[in-house]
Design a protein around this ligand. Sequence first.
Ligand SMILES: NC(=O)c1ccc[n+]([C@@H]2O[C@H](COP(=O)([O-])OP(=O)(O)OC[C@H]3O[C@@H](n4cnc5c(N)ncnc54)[C@H](O)[C@@H]3O)[C@@H](O)[C@H]2O)c1
Length: 421
Amino acid sequence: MKDKVVITTGGTSGIGLSIVKYMLKNEAKVLLQFRKKIKLSTLLYSNWKMKIRELFFDELQMQYRDRIGFYTCDVTNTIMISSTTFVMASYMLIDRIGKHKGGNGGVIVNVASILGLVNDLFTVLHNTESLDSVATAVIEREDGDESVWVVKRDEPAFLDKVAIVTGGTGGIGFATVQALLRHGAKYVAIFDLDSMHTRAASCIHKVEEEFGKDKADFYTCDVTIQSEFAARYDEIVGMQRTVDILVNYASIASEPRAHHMIDINLTAVVTCTLIGIDRMGRHHNGRGGAIVNVCSVFGLTTSPAFPIYTATKYGVYGFTKSLKDHYEHLGVRVMAVCPGLTETSLLHQNLKEETLNFIPEKYLNEAFQCSKYIQSPANVGAAIVKMIEEAEAGAIWVSEDNEPPYAVQDPEFYKDRGVPV
Ligand SMILES: NC(=O)c1ccc[n+]([C@@H]2O[C@H](COP(=O)([O-])OP(=O)(O)OC[C@H]3O[C@@H](n4cnc5c(N)ncnc54)[C@H](O)[C@@H]3O)[C@@H](O)[C@H]2O)c1
């Protein structure tokens, strides 16, 4: 908002005042605040309210001095504030800032109500918003013209949700654990190999420092042993009554250990997903849920340096997409995230030793050109959280270069891609 000049009508109280404060915090340069002219009838019962508002205003002026101005103005000049006011005010402003008249253009936000979209007053009254959440929505969302934004309830996305993250002490796995807890998850079970005990202790310590006790625990679980995964899963259900989210993140990159890698990266993703569906699915009276499988940008392209790893990721891609149409009756959304290069222990192995011995080094170098930057694991954690919040069943999202994630479209039907041979 730096250097922007803003007019807010009705800006001395309620949502208007919140918007004013938020704009000032966001460095709006000059703020001309308009209030409705006090009429005799209003004064009779609300003059004490106006006094309080003026005190508020004095405080703001002390804090922001030359960046705020206060102007008396009745926006209607008639008795009722009606939709005519919005139309006329918008029209007048367009006339002054519109490019058609040599102006710089600008933004006009009209405040409506959810009652303009639904007529269920009961729901509306039982979902009250904080003033700040409305102010944030007015200022921060600017993704299009003619938009109508509904401000949602101001509560963490994963309140009361229980999650399992496999490979949860790993770079991206643990970043996902943290992201889930930051978004209000009730409890996250971290599944990883017994050999990760020391790393797990440090993860639990970090969780306790940031979120307090009893928000996460470490469980020894080799995902390639189906019975072990199922037993651990049921242990969590026994303690927490439910599991709502499963993130299948356990994985390795080692071409010479082809069988083992396929077992972890593909077979275990399939079996763990099926165990999750079996327990969350509505077909077994479950509550539904979300499963995110880990894929890779190598699951979307070819990689001469890591053909077997790439095959496992293609497998995860095909498996995840093929479950899309079962969401309707299972209530379980299965999705996959494809990270680009990410700063974790995976990149610190001697990757030359993890490729097949006939593969020339130039392909290894090429493989590292896939992303522009080596991103932080936290960026993938944030993408996974966003995915659980809003992606559709079968969605495939890419998270790379420390950028926000994006979805990948399905390839054309294979017959349309056919070429004569
Ligand atoms: N780091 C990257 O650049 C990158 C890029 C694209 C995709 N990925 C994918 O992200 C995923 C996680 O990788 P990361 O980079 O966080 O690596 P990481 O090595 O830090 O994490 C992997 C975790 O999986 C665990 N694990 C391995 N085998 C297991 C088993 N049998 N049972 C249970 N846990 C097991 C490991 O102990 C480790 O904690 C992998 O699927 C990887 O393919 C990573």
